[in-house]
Design a protein around this ligand. Structure first.
Ligand SMILES: [Zn+2]
Length: 85
């Protein structure tokens, strides 16, 4: 008997916030994304093993992502803007 297992990360767009990018400094819409990594067995995603919240720059020349906490992501989406520390 053999097992086929692995990890799979799916990104889900939660919304956008209007603020300046921390990396390139360009003001604009930043994407708030939730990335969930799941343990998969026989290519079927089963158990979530990691959840990460990322604020990603929409500038195609930058595209930088900054990790934020779940609370910070919720606050950014509720207020529409803020600082990522
Ligand atoms: Zn940027």
């Amino acid at each position: 008997m053999f097992l086929i297992f692995g990890w799979r990360t799916k990104a889900q767009l939660l919304g956008t916030v209007l603020m300046a990018c921390r990396v390139c400094g360009q003001p604009g819409n930043l994407l708030v994304v939730r990335e969930v990594t799941r343990l998969s067995l026989f290519f079927i995603p089963l158990i979530p093993i990691r959840t990460k919240y990322v604020v990603r720059c929409a500038n195609p020349y930058c595209g930088a992502g900054t990790g934020v906490s779940a609370d910070e992501a919720r606050r950014l989406l509720a207020t529409g803007a803020g600082s990522t520390r």
